[in-house]
Design a protein around this ligand. Structure first.
Ligand code: GLA
Length: 384
C-alpha cells in the first residue's frame, strides 16, 4: 500500500495522530477513575506550513472540504467569511483558541489533512484531529509542551469550544500511545503506565455504522447524573470528591439515598473502576480469558446500568461471544452508536472477523465494518 503522506503536500511540518479504542473503563474518566485504552493504527495525517498572516486554511482531502478562519476571530467562532464555525471546524479552531488562552504562540497556518479514522464512530477522530493541530502549532511556534499538557489543552478545546464535556481519556491516549501496549491511565493523578497486550490476542473493532445525533446530549446528561450522585452521596460520605472515592461496598450501604436511575449510573462507575484494576492483573498474567470476562461484564453494565447501548451494539456483542476464539466483546467509547471492541485469539482472528460480519448481516440485516487493529505510537511529528 502506498504511503498516505504521498497525497499531502511536501511541507516542513508533518504530523501523524492516531485514534483510540478503549478496552475497559468507560464513562469513568470524568469521574476521576482509571481507564485502559490503546492508540490504534488508524490516523489523521497532516502536512502544514506557517503563514506570515493570521489566516488558518485547512483542507480535508477525504471530506473534500476547505475551511478558513482568522486567529483574531477565534473568540467569535466564525470563519473567514463571518459564518459560524460548525462540525469538525470547531476542533482545530478550538485548539488554536485553547493554546492562545494558555499563553502559547499560535501562527497562521496552511494545512492539508487526510484520515482513515471513521468520524463519529467512537474511535476519537476528534481527539486525533486536535492533537495533530496542537503538534503542528507547536512546531510552527517553536515552543515545547509536555504531552500531557498538550492533551489537557486539547480537552479544553473540546469542552469549552466544541461544547462536549468529555474527560481526558481520548486526548491522553492519542498523545501517549505505545506500540503493542494498552495504556493504564489514572485520570485523577495523571499517572500512567503502558501494559503489554497479551501476545496471542488480537484487538478487533466492529463499526456498526450507527451515528446518533443524541450522542453529545446523552453524554453530557450522563455526566450531570454522575455529579448528582456525588452530591447526594456526600450527605452520607462527606469526604468524597467524585465517584472514584466510592467503593462498591459503600454504594451498597448508602445507595438508598439515590433515586433509582442515578443509583444505576453510580453503580456502573464504581464497578467499572474496579474492573479496570482487575483487568491490569489479567494483563500482568497474560490472562486474555479473564480480561475478556471483564469486558463482557462491562458491556452488560453499559447496557443495563448506564444505558448507553443500542440493540445493534448488543447484537454485535452477542454474535461475537458466540464465535470461537472470542475472549470478550463490548461497546467502546461513549455509546449511543459507534463500535464494539473484541479481544480475540490471534490465530482465530481472520475467521472471527468473517463470521461476525456474516452473523450481523443475517441477524440485523446490515453491514458492519470490521478490522483488526495494532496498538500504536501516539501523535508525533514525522521523523521524530
Ligand atoms: C468519550 C469521551 C471520553 C470518555 C468516553 C466514555 O469518548 O470523549 O472522555 O468519557 O466517551 O468513556
Amino acid at each position: 500500500m502506498s504511503d498516505p503522506f504521498e497525497q499531502l503536500p511536501d511541507w516542513e511540518i508533518r504530523v501523524i495522530s492516531p485514534g483510540r479504542v478503549n478496552l475497559l473503563g468507560e464513562h469513568v474518566d470524568y469521574n476521576q477513575g482509571t481507564v485502559l485504552p490503546i492508540a490504534i493504527d488508524r490516523f489523521v495525517r497532516l502536512a502544514a506550513r506557517p503563514r506570515a498572516d493570521d489566516l488558518v486554511t485547512i483542507e480535508s482531502l477525504d471530506l473534500k472540504s476547505r475551511l478558513q478562519f482568522r486567529l483574531e476571530d477565534l473568540d467569535r467562532r466564525v470563519d473567514a467569511q463571518g459564518k459560524p464555525l460548525t462540525g469538525w471546524a470547531l476542533y482545530p479552531a478550538g485548539v488554536a483558541w485553547a493554546l492562545r488562552a494558555g499563553g502559547l504562540e499560535v501562527r497562521g497556518l496552511e494545512a492539508v489533512l487526510t484520515s482513515d479514522l471513521p468520524i463519529g464512530a467512537g474511535l476519537s477522530s476528534s481527539a486525533a484531529l486536535e492533537l495533530a493541530f496542537a503538534l503542528a502549532w507547536q512546531a510552527a511556534g517553536g515552543w515545547q509542551l509536555e504531552r500531557m499538557a498538550l492533551a489537557q489543552l486539547c480537552q479544553r478545546a473540546e469542552n469549552a469550544y466544541a461544547g462536549v464535556a468529555c474527560g481526558l481519556m481520548d486526548q491522553f491516549a492519542c498523545a501517549h500511545g505505545v506500540a503493542r501496549h494498552a495504556l493504564y491511565f489514572d485520570t485523577r493523578s495523571l499517572q500512567w503506565q503502558p501494559l503489554p497486550m497479551p501476545p496471542d490476542s488480537a484487538v478487533v473493532i466492529a463499526d456498526s455504522g450507527l451515528r446518533r445525533q443524541l450522542a453529545a446530549s446523552g453524554y453530557n446528561q450522563r455526566r450531570v447524573e454522575c455529579e448528582q450522585a456525588v452530591s447526594l452521596l456526600r450527605t452520607r460520605l462527606p469526604d468524597i470528591r467524585s465517584l472514584r472515592d466510592v467503593s462498591p461496598a459503600q454504594l451498597d450501604e448508602h445507595g438508598d439515598c439515590l433515586p433509582p436511575e442515578i443509583r444505576k449510573r453510580a453503580r456502573h462507575v464504581v464497578e467499572e473502576i474496579a474492573r479496570v484494576q482487575q483487568a491490569c492483573f489479567c494483563l500482568a498474567q497474560d490472562d486474555a480469558a479473564g480480561f475478556g470476562r471483564l469486558m463482557v461484564a462491562g458491556h452488560a453494565s453499559l447496557r443495563d446500568l448506564f444505558e448507553v447501548s443500542l440493540p445493534e451494539l448488543d447484537g454485535l456483542v452477542d454474535a461475537a461471544l458466540s464465535i470461537e476464539g472470542c475472549c470478550g466483546a463490548r461497546l467502546t467509547g461513549a455509546g449511543f452508536g459507534g463500535c464494539t471492541v473484541n479481544l480475540v485469539a490471534r490465530d482465530a482472528a481472520g475467521d472471527f472477523m468473517a463470521e461476525l460480519g456474516r452473523r450481523y448481516r443475517q441477524d440485523c440485516g446490515s453491514q458492519v465494518v470490521i478490522y483488526c487493529c495494532q496498538p500504536s505510537r501516539g501523535a508525533h511529528l514525522l521523523g521524530t
